[in-house]
Structures are given as C-alpha cells and as structure tokens.
Write a protein that binds this ligand. Structure first.
Ligand code: DOR
Ligand code: ZN
Length: 346
C-alpha cells in the first residue's frame, strides 16, 4: 500500500506548553489533528476551570485559525483540588478530563498526588460526573526499578481504584509494557489507553546503544523489544480501547542535552507519519484509522472528524531543529533523518 486516505486524527495526549514553546509547538498539532487532549502540567499547573479557560485562549491564539483546531482541556489533580471544582469542570464544555500525576513521577508533577489511594472523594466525584481520569501510570517509590514502575502501578494503584470505583472512566496514558496491554484487555467498558508513536517504533536500545541519546528519553521510559511488540499488536488490533496519544513533549535543546536531561520526545511535527511507519512495519495500515481517528472520539463520546488526510509513501527529511522564540531550539525526534510517509490534509 503506497497511499491511503483516512479521517483526520486527534491527539488524545499532548503537551503544548506555554509562551514561546507553545507558539513553536502547537501549530504542528493544529495542522494535523482536529482536536487534542492538552496536558495541564504547566508551571504552575492548570488546576482550576478558570485557568483552563485562560490556557485555552492562549492555545487558540497560538495556532492558525483556519485549521479549526479544537483544544480539549484538562485539569491537573492536586491534593487541594475540591469536589466543587471537579463538579464545575464536569459542567464545562471545554474541559474533557482530569489528569492524575503521582507526585514526582515526571516533568512538573511535584504538585501531583502523593497517594492516589487517598483521594477517594475526588475519584467518587469523577465517577459520578463521568469526567474521565487520565493517569500517568508509574509508581514513584525509589525502591522500584524504573523499568518496573508501570507494572507496579497497575497492581498497587489501578486495580484497587477499579475495585473501589467501577464506574470511573479511566485512560491509562502512554502505556509502555505488555503488562499494561494485558491489564487493559481484561477491563470492561470505560477503560482505555493511549500509545505513543515513539513507544511503537523504538525499544530502549534506541536510547542507549552506541551512546546515550537524550531525545529518546521520555517517561515512562522506552522498554525492551518484547514490550514494543505487545504495544504494536494492541495498537494495530482495532480494539477500541487503544487509541492515539503522542505524548509529544517539547523541551528546548539545552534542557534535553544536559547532564540531567528532561523527559520528552517531540513528535507532533510528524505524528501521523510516525504512526503510519509503525503500522506499516507489521502490515497493518488498514487498522491505522481506527487507532488514530475513531477509537479516541468514541471513548470520549465526541463525533468523528469529517475531514480526511492523505498519507503517501514518500520520503521526506526531518529538519535538524525548529526555532523557539529568538534564541532557543527544539530538536524533533528523528532530527536530520528521513520519514517514510507524508501526510497532507484534504
Ligand atoms: O516524557 C514525558 N514528558 N513524560 C511525561 O510524563 C511528561 C512529559 C513532559 O511534560 O515533558
Ligand atoms: Zn504526557
């Protein structure tokens, strides 16, 4: 297959940032995706409905109006979040989910929740209202090996939350292991998972063999090949519980190429091309549209996009960097290399 036409995708998990980085990064998402679930881990985080509104306005001002891009806003759950604020969020047409970061798990998560099993009133309110809980699924216990943190989170946190709140709608974000795939498959309605393009394309060798490659460092960290294969099988299966979420997470070049580099891969500039490459690897391009453009809206109860995108097998080179403001650079994943596919909106 050298060409396919699919419905316009949506990105169900993206970091658009703020200020100069928002201006640099958000237009890429807006050109490709109809909508995107926008992560709230700004500094300071987006914790109230009013803050989410203001952030939405900044995003709309940063993207070309003719794209018609719709940011779907989220709130950052803290230990100070109130039931009343969640009730307000659930009534608000622009807010589509609430994000749970275990405190210390990742970038800008220090205002997150120390014990996700100690916020029952908040989870009960989400279950009551139907507002989905999006989870960064890693434990933060320093005793737990970083490669095991996702599997441990499932046992220690997700299973008990599911038992206590069977009605709560949950998206396990950016899953990276066969354990997560197996867990999601055992769940009934109301539980889904996003999968990034980089976790479908790469295992941890990409980050560590022949030198340490900071642009492949993200959280949850890339895992071994067995896990990548499980993710590919899940994403390409057509199972409605799995959908596209790039976790595209731009940082400046200096923040990535550092003795303590930030987690995050910038993929939004070619999200669909990267997913197409992964699906093509296993001969499943016919399953791409379900994953990128159908399963996500169905989970969130939103209409499918009506416009279409043409994907053509056509090599294109990736720039070495994109400008951020006057003085900074953003290095895309695959900088200076080649993409095999090209996506054009129709
Ligand atoms: O790699 C990541 N980057 N993982 C996250 O969970 C957060 C994100 C970011 O905000 O940079
Ligand atoms: Zn993320």
């Amino acid at each position: 297959m050298n060409e396919l036409i699919i419905r316009q995708p949506d990105d169900w998990h993206v970091h658009l940032r703020d200020g100069d980085m928002l201006a640099a990064a958000a237009p890429f998402t807006a050109r490709q995706c109809g909508r995107a679930i926008v992560m709230p881990n700004l500094v300071p985080p987006v914790v109230t409905v009013d803050e989410a509104h203001a952030y939405r306005q900044r995003i709309l001002a940063a993207v070309p109006a003719e794209t018609g891009f719709e940011p779907l806003m989220t709130l950052y759950l803290t230990e100070q979040t109130t039931v009343a604020e969640l009730a307000r969020a659930a009534e608000n047409p622009y807010i589509h989910a609430v994000k749970l970061y275990p405190a210390g798990a990742t970038t800008n998560s220090d205002r997150g929740v120390r014990d996700p099993l100690a916020i029952d009133p908040l989870l009960a309110e989400l279950a009551r209202t139907g507002l989905p809980l999006l989870v960064h699924g890693e434990v933060v216990d320093p005793q737990v090996d970083i490669f095991d943190r996702e599997a441990r989170f499932i046992e220690q946190v997700l299973v008990p939350i599911r038992q206590r709140f069977p009605e709560l709608r949950i998206v396990m974000e950016h899953i990276t292991t066969e354990d997560a795939v197996a867990f999601i498959r055992t769940q009934e309605d109301g539980v889904g998972a996003t999968i990034t393009a980089h976790h479908l394309l790469y295992n941890r060798n990409a980050m560590l063999v022949g030198g340490i490659r900071p642009h492949y460092y993200c959280l949850p960290v890339l895992k071994r090949e067995r896990h990548r294969q499980a993710l590919l099988t899940a994403a390409t299966s057509g199972d409605p519980r799995f959908f596209m979420g790039t976790d595209s997470a731009p940082h400046t070049q200096g923040a990535k190429e550092s003795s303590c580099g930030c987690a995050g891969a910038f993929t939004a500039y070619a999200a669909l091309e990267l997913y197409a490459e992964a699906f093509d690897q296993v001969g499943k391009l016919n399953m791409l549209e379900a994953f990128t453009s159908v399963n996500g809206p169905n989970f969130y109860g939103l209409p499918l996009n009506e416009s279409r995108v043409r994907l053509t097998r056509h090599p294109q080179s990736v720039p070495d960097y994109f400008e951020v403001g006057a003085a900074e650079r953003l290095i895309p994943l695959r900088a200076g290399e080649t993409l095999s596919w090209q996506a054009v909106r129709l």
